[in-house]
Design a protein around this ligand. Structure first.
Ligand code: PEP
Ligand code: MG
Length: 372
């Protein structure tokens, strides 16, 4: 076994030397991150912070925050959540040993954190010491017919800036704590669901103001970046403008595919197999990038983003980020890195090296991809 492990790490080392593409992990917990590091990840390309709020004690504070209607009532749960989040980020940064850690601010619609059936409503209103009727009214107020296209991502930052402010303080607070211990920390703050430069600029201001005031309070500073997910077709089409206010891009191909195809990512099971069987689709585009659809949009966004900033770092952190066929395409369109689940890191690393070698031997790699 140890021979196999040694051979694997030798091959992964060669692959790392050979490949230009960075390979990062999608990791939300220290355990995931530790696993990814064992597999040779370059750092974290995506931490989905929403997953941190589903532990029972946090869920309760999150609920207290979401149902609060005035600023005063929001202060106590925000202070609790700040402490908890700061601890989460501290652990991730500590493990990073100077590698990049990209943390995405809250993305899902807020009603996902709330109870919906009568039994849960009764239990939660009891836990929070509030009237069940009030809780029902708040749950109803946040209900949406089409939540994945609704009040989520950076739209939350426009309507509830204090949630993102809390997360930014927790990220930079944790980074500063380690920084003052003499450790190198590379925090990258990522904004989900950006659709335009104006939107990115709005949220970036919220982030930067918070970071700067924390630097002033602590009397120390560190390097950080603020970038955006590219997961809305309009952001890709206007990538030259979005790049003016972004330090990096990271393609969220799950949402980008959903929005390019008009397929709900949570409902494709009912028709996708038949589409593939009947030849209407070559493959599931959520698993392997469709090079002349979503891929074309990505290629355009890479080119437009780099017209504004030639060195703009550009990643892919959706499901296809760990898929070898897709990785070959990403390498060919000059993506800088992919980020995938820890267990896919070794395969992604090999695929990145193979893609690099193939590109050096093939005139036009993109032309050789099968179109849908
Ligand atoms: C994506 O949309 O591809 C992505 C990485 O974000 P999420 O899956 O969390 O929406
Ligand atoms: Mg997404």
């Amino acid at each position: 076994d140890s021979k196999v492990n040694d051979d694997l790490s030798t091959i992964l080392d060669w692959s790392k030397q050979e490949g230009d593409l960075g390979v990062y992990a999608n990791a939300d917990t220290p355990a995931d991150f530790a696993q990814a590091l064992k597999f040779g990840a370059d750092g974290i390309g995506l931490t989905r912070t929403e997953h941190m709020f589903f532990k029972p004690e946090r869920l309760l504070e999150m609920r207290r925050l979401i149902i609060a209607e005035d600023v005063e009532e929001r202060k106590a749960p925000l202070a609790e959540l700040l402490q908890m989040q700061q601890g989460d980020f501290y652990e991730l940064f500590r493990l990073s040993e100077g590698r990049s850690v990209t943390i995405r601010l809250l993305d899902p619609p807020l009603h996902e954190f709330l109870p919906h059936d009568a039994k849960e409503i009764a239990k939660v209103s009891d836990q929070l010491g509030i009237d069940p009727g009030y809780l029902v009214r708040r749950v109803d107020a946040l209900k949406e017919i089409n939540p994945m296209l609704g009040h989520r991502g950076d739209r939350l930052a426009v309507t509830f800036p204090d949630i993102y402010e809390m997360q930014v303080r927790a990220i930079i607070g944790a980074a500063l704590e380690l920084h003052t211990q003499g450790l190198e920390i590379q925090p990258h703050i990522m904004i989900p669901l950006t659709g335009s430069k104006a939107e990115m600029n709005w949220v970036r201001d919220i982030v930067v103001n918070q970071v700067e005031s924390l630097f002033d309070e602590r009397g120390t500073r560190l390097k950080y970046t603020v970038g955006t997910m590219m997961e809305i077709p309009r952001a890709c089409l206007t990538a030259d403008k979005v790049a003016e206010v972004s330090d990096f891009f990271s393609f969220g191909t799950n949402d980008l595919t959903q929005l390019t195809y008009g397929f709900s990512r949570d409902d494709v099971g009912s028709f996708m197999p038949e589409y593939i069987e009947k030849g209407l689709l070559k493959a599931d585009p959520f698993q392997t990038v469709d090079v002349d659809g979503v891929g074309e949009l990505m290629k355009m966004a890479v080119e437009r983003g780099r017209m504004t900033k030639p060195d703009l770092p550009i990643g892919v952190c959706g499901e296809v980020g760990g898929d070898p066929k897709s990785i070959e395409f990403f390498e060919a369109i000059n993506v800088s890195y992919v980020s995938c689940s820890p267990y896919r890191v070794p395969v992604a690393r090999l695929a990145a090296a193979q893609a690099r070698i193939r590109r050096s031997q093939t005139q036009d790699v993109i032309a050789s991809f099968v179109k849908s």
